[in-house]
Ligand binder design. Sequence first.
Ligand code: HGY
Ligand code: MN
Ligand code: MN
Length: 452
Amino acid sequence: MTAARLGALDPTVFELAARRVMARCDELARITSTPGAITRVHLSPEHARVNRLAAEWMREAGLQTRQDAAGNQLGLLPAADPEAPVLMLGSHLDTVVDAGRYDGIVGVLMAIEVVRLLQRRDDDTSGVDAPARSPFDFGLEVAAFSDEEGARFGKALLGSSAVAGTWDDAWWELEDPDGTTLREAALEFGLDPGRVSEAARRPSELVGYLEAHIEQGPELHARGEPLAVVSSIASARRFQLVVEGEARHAGGTPYDMRRDALLGASEAALAVERICSTQHHIIGTVGQFEAFPGAMNIVPGEARFSLDLRGEFDGERDRVWDQISRELDDIMGRRRLRWHTREVHNAPALFCAPLLQDVVGEGIRSTLVPGSAVDGSILGSGRPEDPTTLFSPAGHDGMAIGAITDVGMLFMRNPDGVSHHPDEAVSLGDVALGIRALAEAVAHLGAEHRRT
Ligand code: HGY
Ligand code: MN
Ligand code: MN
């Protein structure tokens, strides 16, 4: 399927595909460990159920499916040459706690629709349905990664790190809030920890990785645009911090005798906000916060909190971490407290490959064709010829996959940028445009690949 032939398709083809994607997002949203909310963490029974459902949808779209040794669900549309490398398209099916229904999920389902649209069935005189094939000199493989969020064990990108061959066996000892180790969870899920390296792919096997994702920020909504090219993905470091003071009687302990761990940690959280909010593309968030022993009439002797620190450039992010650390030394020294920390996640910034940024831009341009309107997302209505390009403060699987191949990303508008929240949304029209843009991007890459 060439870009020209895609362009000849009736826009309703993309709308029908988008309707299927939205309906399936709703169906997957019902697979949750917390009825009434959406929570689907790594190696849970819910993870197994969505992998089975995604595999069914992949097979129905003509793909050959398998679950890899790390629990990722894959669907392959081979090229005519079975030894040819593949372009990987996908996202993740795991969620944060009390999540929205599109973060990750919509990208996996859009990838299935794009591969369905692009596939070719060789004319077969025997009348038997010939197997679907990629029309390019590379195969197309849909990846439904697991554990992009790190919601269960704290370390994110576990599924895509296994594919990238950057797995660290120390992760097997990571524990979830119930004390279950990653190793125990993998065994219970039916995986063999000793074979996780079988999930790893060699650079020579891939021509690249493309991911469609909601923006998880307010930019596109504010600009009134449906789609954007992603230039780079923020680097991330995640820490668990402990502040130690002294538990004392809430009534009998005068203030000058207190070593209140909660107040020390509270000052630290405010310092994170003050330091990060004055820097460009540096984002620090304290998302978890607990005080111990946690009684109303006891001065907290210990406080535990998390820090999620991101930056456009690793060096700047690390400089800010040093600044925060110095500030914590001051705060805890003044309050006669002690603090220590454990880093649980560290992923470098990912700069999207220029070629993949270009083909995603071509894909977006293809949606500018007047008349390719879908449910009111009227196109060609004075939107800039040059597609918007955005930095992604949100993390994505491309941060891991970038270790072995080029990465490109397409953003779709999500109203007000609400994400990691049940109100997360994306419109049918923008998903239809996103499917068209992603398919066109692949077709442009196919043409480019033939030329090289
Ligand atoms: O945390 C993130 O930025 C991503 O949603 N995992
Ligand atoms: Mn997320
Ligand atoms: Mn995501």
